[in-house]
Design a protein around this ligand. Structure first.
Ligand code: ZN
Ligand code: ZN
Length: 335
């Protein structure tokens, strides 16, 4: 008999499912890819076939211009059977629109691969579901005890407060174009902000895609061509790269804000010249990571994609079998 879980092999550029000849979130083009979500470090273009949620396939279509023939949409809760009698079920991960954990079942063994995930409520995607398994493959982007994301309502209050206190200026919020931007907008709406939210051109298509998938973002308009004085006290959302570039000179004295889990680290905020750091992350923080491992309570935990060491140590201290995977190519596009 084969040793346990030998059918799932961690390779440097992804997890390889041997009997199905398929990869999870591979960092290079392969014949058959199972993709957890649309961020570029997980969803690369150029695969022969991609298995993903319909939302993730739509995001990949928007970003890469093509969805390969034979790509297979799998709705949440749906199971597909791959070659070699491997079953794959897509389960909500609560990270961004379309994001999924992938439950693999083979030879009587169950493995859950989280992709990126968080446990906080997010109005733009369904919540993470705890799924029983033998092996739990978890991300660890914010795998240090110092990372504790504050309640998002506090960060929204900071943002709205800054806007009210600085008469005539606008607030420019740097946020990743996939996920973070739409979550910030939806949370502003939830906080009762009903005015127009202004977008950098690079944000528009992804926001429309979210709306096409039923996420209400309220009144959005493009900044392009709008006179400076019309943007006094406005909230403008742009990609982080546009925060301090020439583009922002068209805005009235912007207060630069940035929505990221890394804003917990003062140095990072300073490096980016951010006046108003907003600690908003689409990843699990330390408490969410450890709580989730305890709830799933797997026989083994495999840790990847970030700060593995501290979480590995925590597993040892709590008598949990764990190992760190050395996968490459995951960058925090989506922090
Ligand atoms: Zn991600
Ligand atoms: Zn990631």
């Amino acid at each position: 008999m084969a040793p346990p879980f030998s059918w799932l092999r961690p390779e440097p550029h992804g997890l390889y499912i041997t009997p199905a000849d398929a990869w999870i979130d591979p960092a290079r083009p392969v014949d058959l890819a199972l993709v957890t979500h649309g961020h570029a470090d997980h969803a690369r273009g150029g695969h022969g076939r991609t298995v993903a949620t319909p939302e993730t396939l739509a995001i990949m279509g928007l970003r890469y211009g093509v969805v390969e023939a034979g790509s297979l949409p799998v709705a949440y809760g749906e199971t597909v059977t791959l070659r070699g009698d491997v079953r794959a079920t897509y389960v909500p991960a609560g990270h961004v629109l379309g994001s999924a954990q992938i439950l693999l079942e083979h030879a009587g063994e169950r493995v859950v691969i989280t992709g990126d995930y968080k446990r906080r409520a997010d109005p733009t995607c369904p919540p993470f579901e705890v799924t029983a398994c033998d092996v739990f493959v978890t991300e660890a982007t914010f795998g240090l005890p110092l990372f504790k994301h504050p309640p998002i309502a506090d960060e929204m209050a900071k943002l709205l407060g800054a806007r009210e206190n600085e008469e005539g200026r606008c607030v420019l919020v740097g946020a990743y174009a996939l996920g973070k931007a739409q979550r910030v907008i939806a949370e502003l709406r939830a906080a009762g902000f009903t005015e127009t939210i202004w977008l950098h051109g690079a944000m528009e298509r992804m926001c429309r895609l979210y709306e096409d998938h039923g996420v209400d973002l309220g009144d959005l308009k493009a900044v392009a061509g709008v006179p400076k004085n019309a943007l006094a006290n406005a909230i403008v959302v742009c990609p982080p790269s546009a925060l301090n570039d020439r583009w922002s000179r068209r805005l009235p004295e912007p207060i630069t804000a940035m929505a990221s889990g890394w804003m917990r680290v003062r140095q990072r905020a300073r490096q980016r010249g951010v006046e108003l750091p907003l600690i908003i992350s689409d990843h699990a923080d330390w408490d969410e990571l450890t709580t989730t491992i305890a709830q799933v309570n797997p026989a083994e935990t495999w840790i990847t994609h970030g700060r593995e060491e501290a979480l590995l140590r925590w597993c040892e201290l709590t008598q949990r079998k764990a190992r760190a995977l050395a996968l490459v190519g995951y960058e925090d596009e989506d922090d």
